[in-house]
Design a protein around this ligand. Structure first.
Ligand SMILES: NC(=O)c1ccc[n+]([C@@H]2O[C@H](COP(=O)([O-])OP(=O)(O)OC[C@H]3O[C@@H](n4cnc5c(N)ncnc54)[C@H](O)[C@@H]3O)[C@@H](O)[C@H]2O)c1
Length: 385
């Protein structure tokens, strides 16, 4: 099997998520980083590429030069996809230009700064016919798939209640500098929801297989002077009648990456917590809670296929990310619009637009004092083929 060739925009020295992408992409030996424009500063980009042993001729001063130069290379050499790991304001321009130049795209979340940009990106994805994936990391955890499979198989009965939260504390005080996440020009009009709320939203829909139809939100910039919210509470109503609560906060001292989901159906419930990702709890009124661990024969086919080590040897964030990369490599090899079965679960442009529709509706609801707002009806019909 030949390795899929990756280019990267963003993720130069000092960048957070680009490093995780590089580690995850390399984990299974199916993807090779061949080029990049790693920083807005050409010298920083050059230093980064040199540190990782890349061919200096393929470490570019900016992303426009990268796309033009790589597209001009022979097909057997050029990057096949571009990982977009920059701040949010560059997702649309870079991803759209990459798709238009013939590359597949693996894009960080949130898809874009706002819903209008996400819809514009969706048009480019559709016109290009190239694979597009969105980096909802948590969809890569084996036990998230186990929860999803058990709910789909009816083990909980009809889902009635979803409680999902993503709590962080790092913005409880001024972090110093000017983080792009607090700048609406670079983050978009939302802070906390765009940054971590979209993960919680995606996880809720992904695990339950249900779609949020409407919501009521209370967003706040708790720390004075902030131009985007740092705390959010959202009530959810799913199509079909289930109800939910989504909490996202970056001002909860002591919380790290506290992403937790609990789903309750007519007969049973389940719980998964990102900071202990190798455990899935199953609960019922008529039995003690059961602890399912990763790697065991009690797991379904998909969860087992996404696990690399035996039970008790912990896998985590990088392995989950690597599962996204392995699925995306399969999609890139398949080449076209239709994902191969092993990549069918990968979040794509549909999830990208839904995430931004969630943020958009939450902002509108909160501005209207917490009034209920529907997600656009057309998004409920845009099923992936
Ligand atoms: N999937 C996840 O769990 C996850 C986690 C963290 C961040 N993210 C997302 O990843 C993206 C990046 O976040 P981060 O925390 O790594 O930010 P960061 O500030 O740590 O890194 C951003 C990188 O982009 C580079 N960059 C900026 N402008 C550029 C340009 N014009 N050309 C090339 N490179 C440029 C910077 O040099 C830096 O290396 C954001 O969209 C964020 O929401 C996702």
């Amino acid at each position: 099997m030949t390795r899929v060739r990756m280019g990267m925009v963003g993720g130069g020295e000092g960048g957070f998520i680009g490093r995780i992408h590089r580690l995850a992409a390399a984990l299974d030996g199916e993807v090779e980083l061949v080029c990049g424009a790693f920083s807005a500063d050409p010298e920083r980009s050059r230093r980064s590429g040199a540190a990782w042993g890349l061919d200096p001729a393929r470490v570019y001063p900016d992303w426009q030069v990268l796309l033009a130069a790589e597209a001009a290379r022979p097909a057997a050499e050029r990057a096949e996809f571009i990982a977009v790991v920059t701040p949010n304001h560059l997702h649309l321009p870079v991803a759209a230009a990459a798709l238009e130049a013939g590359f597949a795209v693996f894009c960080e979340k949130p898809a874009t700064r706002d819903l209008a940009e996400a819809r514009a990106l969706a048009e480019v994805v559709a016109a290009s016919g190239r694979p597009f994936a969105l980096a909802h990391t948590y969809a890569g955890y084996p036990l998230v798939h186990e929860a999803r499979a058990r709910i789909a198989a009816g083990e909980l009965g009809r889902v009635r209640r979803v409680v999902v939260e993503y709590q962080q504390g790092w913005l409880a005080a001024d972090p110093g500098g000017e983080p792009w996440r607090l700048d609406p020009a670079r983050s978009g009009p939302s802070g906390c929801l765009a940054d971590i709320g979209v993960h919680a939203f995606h996880l809720a829909e992904f695990v339950t297989g249900l779609e949020v139809a409407e919501l009521a939100a209370d967003l706040a910039a708790v720390v004075p002077g902030r131009r985007v919210e740092d705390d959010a509470a959202v009530l959810l109503r799913f199509a079909g009648g289930a109800r939910g609560v989504l909490l996202a906060s970056q001002v909860s001292p002591g919380e790290e990456n506290g992403l937790r989901i609990r789903v309750y159906g007519e007969r049973a419930g389940l719980e998964w917590f990102q900071e202990a990702p190798n455990t899935l709890w199953l609960k019922g009124n008529d039995r003690p809670a059961a602890r399912l661990t990763a790697g065991g024969p009690w797991l379904g086919k998909v969860a087992r296929a996404l696990t690399r080590t035996p039970p008790g040897h912990p896998e985590g964030y990088i392995e989950a990310f690597a599962n996204l990369y392995r699925a995306f490599a399969a999609a890139v090899r398949a080449g076209g619009r239709h994902a191969p079965p092993e990549a069918a679960w990968l979040p794509g442009i549909r999830e990208a637009v839904r995430g931004m529709a969630f943020v958009d509706a939450a902002l509108a609801s909160s501005r209207a004092g917490g009034a209920w707002r529907a997600l656009p009806a057309d998004l409920a019909e845009e099923k992936t083929p």
